[in-house]
Design a protein around this ligand. Sequence first.
Ligand SMILES: Cc1cc2nc3c(=O)[nH]c(=O)nc-3n(C[C@H](O)[C@H](O)[C@H](O)COP(=O)(O)O)c2cc1C
Length: 183
Amino acid sequence: MSAKILLGVSGSIAAYKAADLVRLLRRRGWEVSVMMTRSATAYVGPLTFRALTGRPVAAGEFHEEGEHMFLHIDLARWADLVLVAPCTANLLAKLAHGLADDIVSATALASRAPLMVAPAMNTAMWENPATRANVATLKERGVQVLDTEAGELACGEVGEGRLLAPEVIAEAVAAFLAGRSGP
Ligand SMILES: Cc1cc2nc3c(=O)[nH]c(=O)nc-3n(C[C@H](O)[C@H](O)[C@H](O)COP(=O)(O)O)c2cc1C
């Protein structure tokens, strides 16, 4: 089934894995458009995603390029699914509270499409009661919050909080879309 996936990338060390994720999503025949927080652009350049998707990348603050006044609204309408991977603790909190002060959180809030997030963060951040409460809030609202993996983290700790492998995220998207397409 053809689908339009709007991928939000936030400022995790795992942001580079989003490039692989884009390739896997495209391989399944889906259109992919990428938006990035300003912080994410420190880890991966927008040009990488532009090349992999063949589409302009919305990055950083609003209207930065001055070419499109309502980019977040257009992207929000375009998407069949908004997927945030990796999703930082910060962005998770913003999504849970309906904040909209950057292109990714604003577009997610402005979209009527279903939202799926793949968190990635240090174990203490992941286990923090604030993050647990934000995850619970999002799940209550029907947001698909994917699990994290246990393993070695970039900060040197070993524990929960690693981004799921891109293959696993792509499979979760496929399962979700299949469930929505009906019998
Ligand atoms: C090297 C480095 C790696 C980071 N990795 C993560 C991470 O994996 N997950 C996370 O939640 N925050 C991580 N942070 C902190 C975020 O970058 C920070 O909270 C930032 O404000 C997130 O911005 P964003 O949510 O707008 O992308 C990291 C920071 C640094 C300096």
